[in-house]
Design a protein. Structure first.
Length: 443
């Protein structure tokens, strides 16, 4: 066994593969140069069945039109046949089905929906790769990682602003990130830790599978389409090498004062103490990203003067720079808190609010003729989900405003049922079904 390599074929996985993951993670954590040479045997039938069970039954179908529910009706036979093809190297990835979801600004976000079989294998292989890479990821990375959430990233950002000497924040946006990931660089990054050619070939099959849109298949020269189970993990690994390690190991050494990053997938902000350091970082970041075929969205990337000791806190007016920034669905700003001075506060961003209300309006148009009690219970669930994410400190007034808009949209939809409606605001509050909509709850 050569240095820096680890052979995993000493015992074959015959049962629950998840019991192997702690061992893989322990080896990866102990040796930063280890490369895993035998992993494909972990893709046994039991593990593939467990991966199938984790798929969303209501997820959209891929290019073959088959749903998860339909696949599960013959799960045992289908998984056995899939396992045999994987074992013999005959597995072929199908192109993803291109769909678009509306964005709050009127644009559309492209997604790629794999078929059920590809989703099963992606989830299975993703579990193996995650066990290998999780010990290497840096603390500033929060996106799509076990036991880490958006709220953890937001809390870390709050601590940096309050406890570090933060006076400037660089808000960064990478243009079309998921569509620009370079396959050659991604393969090199995966090769740092994985030497099993079978696993690497499977990943490359997904990358080269292409996209099916309106019956036309196009080859994928770059990118990992959003929508597949493994896409977030591969995107995280790419930025781990391109951004995280570069910032932590190399760039920070040359910075005077504070330099702290909080990243969730391709959405990240970097806190600095000095303006010249923030400006120098942006210049270096442009060059770094260009080396890996990535590019900043200049209109969405900027330096904001914001911090508990900033001389510009509290300034308003049309001639003043906007001293707020959006991150993970929240608009962040400085708020005076008694004798404690300025503290970082947040509220739901305009974009996230509009996106939620657009979905509510579209849903109401679709189910406008359903029973009002049924509508009320469904709207209750949607509002509770919104409150659960956005119900943080200082967000109460914004959430009350959201509830009012949902009530208004609901009444407007009900009024369209008949020109002789009697749904007036003066009496709607007395309707028992109208009281189903919950008030905001705060953490």
């Amino acid at each position: 066994m050569s240095k820096g390599r680890q052979h995993m074929s000493g015992r074959r996985a015959t049962g629950n593969v998840s019991t192997e993951f702690p061992r893989i993670a322990a080896i990866a954590q102990q040796d930063q140069k280890v490369r895993f040479t035998s992993l494909a045997h972990l893709l046994n039938k039991e593990y593939l069945l467990a991966s199938l069970d984790k798929l969303n039954r209501n997820a959209a179908a891929g290019v073959d039109g088959e749903s998860v529910r339909a696949y599960k009706k013959q799960a045992t036979e289908r998984i056995a046949e899939l396992h045999e093809r994987l074992r013999k190297g005959l597995y072929r990835a199908q192109p993803v089905r291109r769909v678009y979801i509306p964005k709050a600004n009127g644009e559309r976000r492209p997604l790629g929906i794999p078929n059920v079989e590809d989703r099963i294998v992606q989830r299975a292989v993703g579990g193996i790769i995650e066990a290998i890479y999780e010990p290497y990821f840096v603390d500033s990375s929060y996106g799509f990682r076990r036991n880490r959430s958006c709220h953890d990233a937001l809390e870390r950002l709050r601590q940096i602003v309050h406890k570090e000497r933060t006076q400037y924040i660089v808000e960064v946006d990478i243009k079309g990130y998921f569509d620009r990931i370079n396959h050659q660089w991604l393969n090199r990054f995966l090769g740092h830790r994985i030497a099993d050619r079978s696993i690497l070939r499977i990943v490359n099959k997904w990358l080269r599978a292409g996209i099916m849109e309106q019956g036309i298949r196009t080859r994928s020269e770059s990118g990992t389409p959003q929508g597949g189970p493994i896409s977030p993990l591969l995107a995280n690994i790419y930025l781990h090498y391109v951004l995280d390690l570069w910032l932590e190991i190399k760039y920070k050494r040359s910075v005077v004062g504070t330099c702290e990053m909080v990243r969730y997938a391709d959405d990240f902000v970097v806190c600095f103490e000095r303006y010249e350091e923030a400006e120098r970082f942006l210049k270096a970041l442009r060059q770094r990203l260009a080396e890996f075929h990535l590019e900043l969205s200049e209109e969405k990337t900027r330096i904001i003067e914001i911090g508990k000791k900033s001389a510009e806190n509290g300034k308003t007016g049309p001639t003043e720079q906007n001293r707020t920034f959006d991150f993970l669905g929240f608009t962040h700003y400085m708020r005076m808190k008694g004798k404690q001075g300025y503290r970082l506060a947040r509220k739901p961003s305009k974009k996230s609010r509009n996106r939620f209300l657009m979905k509510i309006q579209s849903w109401l148009e679709k189910y406008r003729d359903r029973n009002v009690w049924w509508q009320g219970y469904q709207l209750k669930k949607k509002l509770q989900g919104y409150y659960q994410y956005f119900g943080l400190r200082y967000c109460g007034p914004a959430l009350k405003h959201i509830k009012w808009h949902v009530e208004r949209l609901w009444i407007m939809a009900l009024r369209k049922r008949s020109q002789k409606h009697r749904l007036y605001w003066s009496g709607i509050g007395r309707m028992r079904w109208f009281s189903l909509l919950p008030n905001p709850t705060m953490r």
